[in-house]
Ligand binder design. Structure first.
Ligand SMILES: Cc1cc2nc3c(=O)[nH]c(=O)nc-3n(C[C@H](O)[C@H](O)[C@H](O)COP(=O)(O)OP(=O)(O)OC[C@H]3O[C@@H](n4cnc5c(N)ncnc54)[C@H](O)[C@@H]3O)c2cc1C
Length: 294
């Protein structure tokens, strides 16, 4: 089913993002963990595409499995990294043959150590071009998602330019946007206001990740420049040497954050699960108790 059709039926979606397991042991772990998350009946699930365009086969194998063996509504992530236009058409035809109706289209990041994204000579420099090609070649076959950044994409010179480029993605055919992770809801709501003013009308689904370990803080900042609000940072600092308290603090904060997003009118939550069920299950159950997942 297309995600755009799910939007017709429900005001809010709750979705889970996974990455393909790297080896057989992680695959067993994945099966156990994902089993717990599936009991929550997500609106859809998404599967990331290897950073640097690596291991696309694993993404394709997992989307096939989740869509056709488990019967979930699946969105396959796909990036511009290292692919020509011909290869894109070939890959997308393959995904269609596996009954995939939803694509999350992305540019991908420059390889580790490099600062600039270098496109394939017959490929794409920006995601809007990839969206344009797929929308034109495959007409209304797919519901298309794209990424957005409430704290600005790190490479964009200004917020205004970033939003203009975001508009190019929705004009090219993106049906909805999913945000980069963030911890300050004020940034999300201000961002959505800016998008509306720029004429972007589609759903902007907040992407949420609970902090489950102290080391993640630095990693998130390096990955996306995401700021941790002082109130959360103080709580994490005071729990720094106690992994259980960090987990509790991060999960409690995410519960508060998700509730206030939904109460403020966000159209659902996209959970970056990191393939671990614990915190996501707890947050989801908590949202259910206040009847906002229905
Ligand atoms: C929800 C989500 C899921 C993700 N999943 C994956 C994944 O599965 N695999 C993966 O490798 N990465 C993934 N990423 C990371 C993503 O690939 C990176 O953030 C990447 O750096 C940018 O991708 P984009 O699609 O936003 O790029 P773009 O939309 O192309 O934007 C990238 C930069 O280029 C600028 N830009 C855009 N168009 C133009 C133009 N015409 N002229 C000049 N500048 C322009 C933008 O302002 C921005 O600064 C994900 C990110 C998010 C938020």
């Amino acid at each position: 089913m297309k995600i755009s059709d799910i939007f017709e039926r429900t005001a809010r979606t709750y979705s889970f993002e996974f990455f393909p397991p790297k080896d057989e042991i992680s695959a067993i772990d994945f099966g156990v963990n994902v089993g717990q998350l599936m009991k929550l009946s997500p609106s859809f699930v998404s599967v990331t595409y290897g950073a640097g365009g690596s291991n696309s086969e694993r993404t394709f194998a997992l989307v096939d499995y989740l869509q056709n063996k488990i019967g979930l509504t699946v969105m396959a992530h796909y990036t511009c990294v290292g692919v020509s236009k011909t290869k894109v058409v070939e890959d997308v035809k393959y995904l269609k043959s596996k009954n995939i109706d939803n694509l999350m289209l992305l540019r991908g990041d420059p390889p580790k150590g490099a600062t600039d994204f270098v496109p394939h000579p017959d490929g794409f420099s920006h995601t809007s071009e990839l969206i344009e090609l797929i929308s034109t070649e495959f007409k209304n076959t797919f519901s298309i998602g794209a990424a957005c950044y409430p704290e600005k994409h790190p490479e964009a010179e200004t917020f205004e330019q970033d939003i203009l480029h975001l508009k190019e993605k929705t004009d090219a055919g993106a049906d909805f946007l999913i945000t980069q992770l963030f911890f300050d809801n004020g940034l999300y709501f201000d961002f959505v206001d800016k998008l509306r003013k720029a004429g972007i009308r589609c759903r902007v689904i907040p992407g949420i990740i609970p902090i489950t370990s102290y080391s993640q803080i630095d990693r998130f900042f390096k990955l996306s420049g995401t700021k941790i609000p002082d109130i959360l940072m103080d709580r994490l600092e005071s729990a720094r040497d106690n992994p259980k308290r960090i987990l509790r603090t991060g999960t409690d904060y995410a519960i508060e954050q998700c509730k206030s997003l939904i109460e403020g009118g966000a159209p659902g939550i996209h959970f970056y699960t990191l393939n671990k069920p614990g915190a996501t299950v707890e947050i989801f159950e908590e949202l259910r108790t206040v009847s906002i997942t229905n």
